[in-house]
Design a protein around this ligand. Structure first.
Ligand code: 9UX
Length: 69
């Protein structure tokens, strides 16, 4: 299992946080996704054999938020 932190901009309320968590938790490889509004980031525990950081970033962008690389 791996852990990654992705920096996210553009979340303004807890609804945004829930949306971001939901898109991340859809990936079969994601074990847990904790998104913080204050810290503007997602901490994701995942199985790198099943999903990738690039997929997570794309999903967050598709949900309407900005990812800082
Ligand atoms: Mo809050 Mo965010 O009303 O996508 S849900 S701004």
């Amino acid at each position: 299992m791996q852990t990654t932190t992705i920096k996210i901009k553009g979340m303004t309320c807890m609804g945004c946080v829930n949306s971001a968590e939901k898109v991340l938790e859809k990936f079969t490889g994601v074990i847990s996704a904790e998104v913080s509004l204050d810290q503007e980031q997602a901490v994701i525990q995942y199985n790198a054999a099943k999903s990738s950081i690039a997929q997570f970033k794309q999903a967050i962008r598709d949900a309407g938020f900005d990812v800082i690389d």
